[in-house]
Ligand binder design. Structure first.
Ligand code: PMP
Length: 431
């Protein structure tokens, strides 16, 4: 599939003034080839490019748009908020109301601090954990992505895996010297690390539903073991729920697994499509933050009234319409339709799914649980599937390692269309 004339022309201009033509690497289509669509508008489950071509969208801006694009109620709430000014740099009602909603919804949290991105949420949560425990080490898992925080860019997922780099240039070794990286799903490695260094570990951070290197669904026992070890050694457990928070349900993955982290980080859905991140914990921990405590954290646009309004309207709508229940039903339908198509495919292929998040695991009869278990052929096979779908007006994420998202704007007919087109794409795939 080649992008249309207008997309080409705009992207040529972009390449001159934006590095790689983009503001976030995976948008550049680097791993699937071709020219990115330059988007002109989006509504419901459809995005339209500058050539006027419409695509059924399963990217959803990488997760935030759980109600679909340009939902009329969210747009109206944002328009009203804008009329009252776009930023105050002072406390405002919607930030207090959104914090109240988070505290009511998410297990074990009593206070929230809002920031402007998931990266910032993680960076601040880790600082809080180190400040509160007086310890320096942090532990992450290979295959989990926690934003582009310097000391988290170690064997990270997301765009970096696609680029084939274990970490980023520009991050001094000393910055990552206090980060330990473990494989997912490896109880023995976890046990051994705690045995060796448990008393120095400030925090363990994990995506409880790892969704940045494929969808690497974890055994609940592994997550329970993590909780137990953190408790036994006085380390804090951070659930990075930037993707899963308010997508899997009001209590995110924590509620699904019946586990309460010490700190949770949020982004995406909580901002209703506006730039928002947040981290939350019990009061005793949050009290360590400035202005009350000694852990410094601040932001000019944090708690922005327009962004808070969009997030609040989104969460209220999900509650009012039983949105999460509907999304689970759509997800179940997708699993049934897509799985039966994959069963007929010429290559081994399976579907990993959790609620409204899904991933095509290629060259895998069962979805893998670790980044290391992903078949090396997956990327090139995915590129062919991606191109075939785009040709037929369906937009999946432009990377084999990124998950797809359902929104409340998707219908069963949309899912049928996806399944049928996947069937065609798999028929054409070289084995
Ligand atoms: N944590 C997770 C789990 C994420 O998926 C992401 C982004 N995809 C981030 C953190 C970083 O969020 P942002 O891109 O908003 O900085």
């Amino acid at each position: 599939m080649s992008a249309g004339k207008e997309s080409h022309a705009w992207f040529e201009r972009a390449l001159k003034v934006l590095p790689g033509g983009v503001d976030s690497p995976v948008r550049a289509f680097g791993s699937v080839g071709g020219t990115p669509l330059v988007v002109a508008a989006a509504e419901g489950a459809t995005i339209t490019d500058v050539d006027g071509r419409a695509y059924l969208d399963f990217v959803g801006s990488w997760g935030p748009l759980i109600l679909g694009h340009a939902h009329p109620e969210i747009m109206a709430a944002v328009a009203t908020a804008c009329r009252h000014g776009t930023s105050y740099g002072a406390p405002c009602r919607p930030e207090i109301e959104l914090a109240e909603q988070v505290v009511a919804d998410y297990p074990g949290v009593e206070q929230v601090r809002f920031v402007s991105s998931g990266t910032e949420a993680v960076m601040s949560a880790l600082r809080l954990a180190r400040g509160a425990t007086g310890r320096d080490l942090v532990v992450k898992f290979s295959g989990c992505y926690h934003g582009h925080v310097d000391h988290m860019l170690v064997a990270a997922g997301s765009g970096l895996v696609t680029l084939g780099q274990p970490s980023s240039a520009g991050v001094p070794e000393q910055f990552t010297a206090l980060t330990r990286v473990l494989p997912l799903d490896d109880s023995a490695a976890l046990e051994a690390l705690f045995k060796a260094e448990g008393s120095q570990i400030a925090a363990v951070i994990i995506e409880p539903v790892p969704a940045n290197n494929g969808l690497l669904l974890q055994r609940p026992e592994f997550l329970r073991q993590l909780r137990t070890l953190c408790d036994a050694h006085g380390a804090l457990l951070i659930f990075d729920e930037v993707i899963s928070g308010f997508r899997l349900g009001p209590g995110g993955a924590a509620e699904r697994f019946g586990l309460t982290p010490d700190i949770a980080t949020f982004g995406k859905v909580i901002g209703g499509g506006m730039p928002v991140g947040a981290f939350a914990a019990r009061r005793e921990l949050m009290r360590e933050l400035a202005p009350q405590g000694r852990v410094y954290q601040a932001g000019t646009l944090s708690g922005n009234p327009v962004a808070m309004t969009a997030g609040l309207a989104t969460l209220r709508k999900l509650h009012a319409d039983d949105g999460w229940q509907q999304l689970d039903e759509l997800g179940t339908y997708l699993q049934a339709t897509v799985s039966s198509v994959l069963a007929e495919a010429a290559i081994d292929a399976s579907l990993a799914r959790c609620g409204s998040m899904f991933w095509l695991a290629l060259h895998a009869a069962e979805p893998p649980r670790t980044a290391e278990a992903i078949d090396a052929r997956a990327a090139s096979s995915y590129a062919a599937v991606f191109a075939s779908l785009l040709e037929h007006g369906i937009a999946l994420a432009p990377s084999a390692y990124e998950v797809g998202f359902l929104s409340l704007a998707h219908t069963r007919a949309d899912i049928d269309r996806l399944a049928a087109q996947l069937g065609q794409a798999f028929t054409a795939l070289p084995t």
